[in-house]
Design a protein around this ligand. Sequence first.
Ligand SMILES: [Zn+2]
Ligand SMILES: [Zn+2]
Length: 242
Amino acid sequence: MSQSPAHRIELRIIPVTPLQQNCSLIWDTATKHAAFVDPGGDTATLMGALKHFGLTLKHIWLTHGHLDHAGAAAELRELTGVPVVGPHKDDQFWLDQIEESSRRYGLTGGRNVTPDRYLEDGDELDLEGTKFQVIHTPGHTPGHVVIANARAKIAFVGDVLFAGSIGRTDFPRGNHEQLIASITDKLWPLGDLTFVPGHGPTSSFARERQTNPFVADRITGYAGTAKVAADEGEQRTSKRYT
Ligand SMILES: [Zn+2]
Ligand SMILES: [Zn+2]
């Protein structure tokens, strides 16, 4: 990720839950103040990561209300006193059934959560002066948001978009056409950002516009230029948490 000299942001991806959800830990290297994006479970692992890197948690941000993304938010809030922010209020019905759906998946530890603040399209999140833009991207769930920083060229897209795939839309209030529109109308105009999906390897918007079987430009008819970032392969390996 590119950084301004004043604010250097580090990122580690920590897969959590048996669903291997990509929880992101981001922090300002000067102050060591940190944010979790989508802490879906494995609270002890997440607390251990904060300790390992010497970080103070300041933000808990959620992209959507599914158990593998939001399941540990309530417990982390209790342990750290940090407020839970996001997703959009239209996902509260998902946040209200984390415990029930966890049981259905045979998972333990996930807890229902009501955020301290819902997010809206156009909101801004602030990590030590590094601003993240909030984009409402319904389709996978009605209250899904993407959290992006166009300057640092990074986006946390939850289950909207994956390397080579897109999010499921067969859940209650899922909508395939809406998901495609969220991706082409709201994500592509952000430029060629590297993105962390909810599951699987990172990729870039440009790469997906060339090769994704659901949302490549040749399929959607999206008109614009797509160019794969040359250093993407290197970022892919350097951002994994070990
Ligand atoms: Zn999901
Ligand atoms: Zn997921």
